[in-house]
Each structure stands twice: as structure tokens, then as C-alpha cells.
Design a protein around this ligand. Structure first.
Ligand code: DX5
Ligand code: ZN
Length: 214
């Protein structure tokens, strides 16, 4: 699956930018609060408008403090996936359950330096694991290959039937890096600058998909 990140799109033309990647599986929406990460993007009102403007399921990536307060509201609004950061809460299971109760799929995200072992036990409460392959906060950064060990580890648990979830990767995914991520067992690839920095974003999605075998 390919999930273009609108962080690299033109925020004044979001409906058109969504239309430009109409063949994408999910539209990745980066919500940043200037506290959990040193950047500020958009919030619930913009997501509500986007939901009306596109049929592509929204993959909301909350890089915010206190996700327990906000995450269920994105699910209630109609976001398909609501992913929050393991580092941002002491009770990720409660947040996941609230997202699911509100009708969304729950995603757990880990920063590049956050080990996955402490979370393996609770991954059964989630539909997606989002492995960050850059420090969250900005698009256009370089891919950190070391994080692929986490993807491989979780892939093995999925393949052996111990877990049922999608492995997603976010940060620095482009035509140079997507194959390594695919080989590590990633199911869903987020790409911001590689899609919206291209002359034809729709074509960029098709190319990435073909390369990943996604
Ligand atoms: C970064 C965001 C990413 C970002 C990826 O904090 O979570 O979704 O848009 O951008 P690229 O693909 O340019 O690294
Ligand atoms: Zn993201």
C-alpha cells in the first residue's frame, strides 16, 4: 500500500492535491502540535474538511502530546486510521481501545530511537505499527535504515500468526529506499516529498507501488 503524505502538498489546495493521488491506498495526514514535535501543521477542522473532499481513506498520524484526549475524535470524525506515538502516553492500550470504540483503526508509532520490545505485548490491541524512519517533525529527511530491524521483527510475528497488523513505514521513502523497506516486510509505505515533490504525483505513486510490489 502507498500512502502519500500531504505534509509535502500545497496546504491551500488540499482537495486538488488529494485528487492528484486518487489511486493511492491511504492519504497520510500529519498532525503536529509544536510540543511533541518542533513543528505545527493542522488539526481536526482540516481533517473534517478533507474527509468531505476525498474518498481516499485518511491515515492520520498524530504527533501530539496527550493523544488520549484527541485521537478518538479523529476516529469519530471518520478517519480510517488513527495513529499516535508510544512516547506520548503512559497508557497506549487505553488510547487504542478508545480509537476502536469510536470506529477507527488504531495505530502505534515509534520514533527511530524507540525500541519495539516493550510494546510487542500490546501490539495485539493495534491494527497498524508505524515505524518512523526519520525523526518526526519534518518532511524531506534522509531514511534511517537501522529501523528496518523493527519492521522485520514485527513482520516475523505477523507471519507466524502471533500478531495481526499492518507494518507501515514513514520518512525518507523514495525510489532509492522503498525496496529495502519492502524486503523487510513493510506493508504500507508513506511518502511525502517523493510524491508531492514529483512533477506528476499520481505517476510517482504508481512507480513506488511497482517498485515495492505493493
Ligand atoms: C514526518 C512525517 C512524515 C513526512 C514524510 O514527521 O511523519 O509523514 O511527511 O515525508 P518524507 O516522505 O518527505 O520523508
Ligand atoms: Zn507521518
Amino acid at each position: 500500500m502507498i500512502a502519500p503524505s500531504i505534509l509535502s502538498a500545497d496546504f491551500a489546495r488540499l482537495a486538488d492535491e488529494a485528487q492528484a493521488v486518487a489511486g493511492a491506498d491511504w492519504l497520510h495526514v500529519d498532525v503536529m502540535d509544536a510540543h511533541f514535535v518542533p513543528n505545527l501543521t493542522l488539526g481536526l477542522p482540516v481533517v473534517e474538511s478533507l474527509l468531505k473532499a476525498t474518498d481516499i481513506p485518511l491515515d492520520c498520524h498524530l504527533m501530539i502530546e496527550n493523544p488520549g484526549r484527541w485521537a478518538p475524535r479523529y476516529a469519530e470524525a471518520g478517519a480510517h486510521n488513527v495513529t499516535f506515538h508510544a512516547e506520548a502516553t503512559d497508557d497506549p492500550v487505553a488510547v487504542a481501545r478508545d480509537i476502536r470504540a469510536a470506529g477507527g483503526k488504531a495505530g502505534l508509532s515509534v520514533k527511530p530511537g524507540t525500541p519495539i520490545e516493550p510494546y510487542l505485548e500490546i501490539l495485539k490491541e493495534f491494527d497498524t505499527l508505524l515505524v518512523m524512519s526519520v525523526e518526526p517533525g519534518f518532511g524531506g529527511q534522509c531514511f534511517i535504515p537501522d529501523v528496518l530491524d523493527k519492521a522485520r521483527q514485527v513482520r516475523r510475528l505477523v507471519d507466524s500468526g502471533e500478531l495481526r497488523l499492518l507494518v507501515e513505514i514513514d520518512g525518507g521513502i523514495n525510489t532509492d529506499t522503498i525496496e529495502a523497506a519492502a524486503e523487510a516486510g513493510v506493508d504500507c509505505f508513506v511518502a511525502g516529498s517523493a510524491v508531492y515533490g514529483a512533477a506528476d504525483p499520481g505517476e510517482a505513486v504508481r512507480k513506488l507501488r511497482a517498485q515495492a510490489g505493493a
